[in-house]
Design a protein around this ligand. Structure first.
Ligand SMILES: NCc1cccc(NC(=O)c2cccc3[nH]c(C(N)=O)cc23)c1
Length: 232
């Protein structure tokens, strides 16, 4: 997160850190007791290794009550996701067991009504991604408020040049922005997850390249279907 501030500890108890060998790789968030939603691009460069999911954390390194690393039973990328574009950039992770819910570990509801969030709506994005252009990584969860911008503005030739579909949304990226390692985290508007951070053009903090999020509502049926099928 560029230009943000340290989150109030455990005020975002849905936040997950997707880790490999104890290293934070991507964000994610708890959508059900045994399920985390993140971004499919997060599995690139992991050469087939399975993530572990850290829940209940504020600091990545310090011991904290209710902080717990969960093994992942299954990682299910959206079938339409691919390495060449940002389409369908969603990843479902089934935890080995149900997460123990408490004040520090909670589910975040996601938007099910497929209607665009109005431009200028101020939303919040949080994560343990880089906090500087030089790639400095934080120990503690960061957050930043960002206004939604219209798809038309985001699709302008000098911005994302008509690559933003109705299943994506954008926020202004002038100075304050999501960045490397924030992918997979939720864009929260009015207490509801409306989008999932996607790396998009990978650029951070440049107003000419607004941040891109995968809208969740268009995928509600896919998410429900995967969870129901796995429940058996
Ligand atoms: N503001 C939008 C936004 C949201 C989330 C992430 C990103 N930017 C990256 O993720 C990124 C940035 C720089 C070099 C990079 N190399 C790689 C990589 N996978 O090799 C990713 C990146 C941007």
């Amino acid at each position: 997160i560029l230009g943000g501030s340290e989150a109030q500890p455990h005020l975002r108890p849905y936040m997950a850190s997707l880790q490999l060998d104890g290293q934070h790789v991507c964000g994610g968030f708890l959508i059900a007791e045994q399920w985390v939603l993140s971004a499919a691009h997060c599995t690139e460069e992991t050469d087939g290794k399975v993530f572990q999911v850290l829940l209940g954390a504020h600091s990545l390194t310090q011991p904290e009550p209710h902080k717990r690393l969960y093994r992942v039973r299954a990682q299910i990328p959206h079938p339409g996701s691919n390495i060449h574009n940002n389409k369908d950039d969603l990843l479902l992770l089934q935890l080995e067991e149900k997460a123990e819910l408490n004040a520090h570990v909670q589910v975040l509801p996601f938007q099910r009504e497929d209607r665009d969030v109005a431009a200028d709506t101020v939303c919040v994005v949080a994560g343990w991604g880089t906090i500087s252009h030089s790639g400095r990584r934080p120990d503690k969860l960061q957050e930043v408020e960002r206004p939604v911008i219209s798809r038309d503005l985001c699709n302008e030739r000098t911005r994302h040049d008509h690559t933003i579909t109705h299943k994506m949304m954008c926020t202004d990226s002038r100075r304050k922005d999501s960045c490397k390692g924030d992918s997979g985290g939720p864009l929260v508007c009015g207490g509801v997850a409306e989008g999932v951070v996607t790396a998009g053009s990978r650029v951070c903090g440049n107003y000419k390249k607004p941040a891109i999020y995968t809208r969740i509502a268009p995928y509600a049926a896919w998410i429900d279907g995967v969870m129901a099928a796995a429940a058996g």
